[in-house]
Design a protein. Sequence first.
Length: 366
Amino acid sequence: MKLELKDNKVFFENKGHKKEIHPFWLRERVNGENFVDKSTQQRLFDPTQLPENIQIKDLSLNSNFLEIKFNDGASTKIAIVDIFKEFSNINDVKQIEKIKWDSSFKDQNTFKFKENLFETDEMYKALINFYQYGFVIFKNVPTKNNFIINFANSIGSVRRTNFGEFFNVKSKPNPNDLAYTSLPLAPHTDNPYRNPVPCIQMLHCIENEVTGGLSTLVDGYTVSEKLKKDFPEYYKILTEVKIRFQFIDESVILEDWAEMIQLDENSNFKQVRFSPRLDFVPLIDKEKLDLFYSARKKISELYNSENYRIEFKLLPGDLLMMDNYRLLHGRTTYDANEGNRFLQGCYIDYDSTEGRLKHLKRKFNY
């Protein structure tokens, strides 16, 4: 990428393609204390009130900056790297490459909690790991006074659901979800019936006195890519057919329609939804349903295969933060008579972790 100046015009060239940068686009990016508030980085002017005939009166370019004077009297110096960043549509988080993993994965991505963790280089590294692998475990997190809320709000903002600002995961009478029993939980994603689905789940171990009750994780990204490679017809139909996910209790009915494997605008992996207890397949052509049911059975076999599952015991003070768009989680059975198994959970969304990551990247000049 490079910039070129000619006849008071700015041209952007990339991979042999050259186009003029609109002078109004550059005028909108005028900086300096008269145009941008230093603390908020918000404009001090309304670009919709500028004259439409904005033109460039004078230009100069060096290795780092583009200096411009406009016909309305404004002038500015714009960092070339900032212009390149906008033209390449770089998203700091999307540049982090997902790393596929299966049952052979041994590193649990653990980081020790400490005072002021959320403003440290260690937190930056933890968030990078989170986006690479889909989860991270923080050790020695305080277990008193519902500390999970303090933890989550120190990254961003808690996403409240019908389960509350946070929820307690332990056996209880008359549960409205199998999570509140001692029964095993097969791999699943949380809240597939919501629009939008909560992006990130946190589970904080308060007590764990039982021998069973192991936490399980499966990388939905790895499984989806496996399905795409070995069973392309199954992959295709699971990315096309929207099914209904539903949750019902005494006070609410929640529903949403979505594909089991969702792709982004570039047909790349975006999200999986999987919770067979909560899905309802639409009435479509029999031939198409035959293929869909076979595909759903196959991906379920992969999700439940020992080849893709990791298991570990959460200890008191462990806080698991996992990507609910990417990972499936579950639990092995346990005997509630052995003692207490008590976890607390909550949700946050991607804007929380993305915002924190970008802040720390700026702070430590990465």
